[in-house]
Design a protein around this ligand. Structure first.
Ligand code: HEC
Length: 152
């Protein structure tokens, strides 16, 4: 018989106990592969969506500070900067003015985090406006929710 090194021939040649172990290893491997594929593709959420959902919950927390007249303070700059590179669910949602809106938004994040006193509420509301401007251009879905984020 010619030397055949294929994986399955090797598998058949092994003793029953070893084979059992190998089958288990293969099944385990397949389960892990399926899990990885599912977590990557079927979640349906783009990187940008995930970032947005996090920003939304940050904003709702910040809003409480603003209402209480407290400064906003620090935010996760590194995370927010990913707005430029995070993958979007459809390229049409990242038109040619996307970067300008993103930059305006990040500049306003900085202003809001540094504001104090009466300025906090003003800068915070400007930040919500920065969210709204980009959404008017590229993703109108959350607009009514965004409008409610303003503090009177
Ligand atoms: C530079 C443009 C831009 C800015 C600024 C922006 N967004 Fe978005 N947002 C988008 C785009 C584009 C999507 C759609 C993402 C996708 O489909 O991959 C989105 C999606 C969302 C979603 C829906 C996420 C989901 O999948 O459920 C929420 C909520 C959201 N943004 C909130 C905000 C909030 C709050 C702010 C301000 C703090 C903000 N956005 C600022 C462009 C922007």
């Amino acid at each position: 018989m010619p030397q055949n090194n294929s994986f399955f021939t090797a598998l058949l040649k092994t003793k029953a106990k070893n084979r059992n172990m190998q089958l288990r290893a293969i099944i385990l491997f397949l389960c892990i592969a399926v899990l990885i594929v599912f977590s990557g593709f079927s979640s349906g959420e783009s990187q940008l969506s995930k970032l947005m959902v996090e920003m939304k919950s940050d904003m709702l927390r910040i809003k409480e500070n603003v209402k209480a007249g407290k400064p906003v303070g620090k935010y996760n700059k590194k995370k927010y900067a990913k707005i430029y590179t995070a993958k979007v669910s459809s390229e049409s949602k990242k038109g040619k003015h996307f970067e300008e809106h993103a930059t305006a938004f990040l500049v306003q994040c900085e202003r809001t985090s540094q504001a104090s006193g009466d300025q906090v509420k003003i800068e915070y509301n400007n930040l919500v406006t920065a969210c709204i401007r980009c959404h008017e251009a590229y993703c109108p879905g959350p607009l009514s929710m965004l409008k409610k984020m303003k503090v009177n």
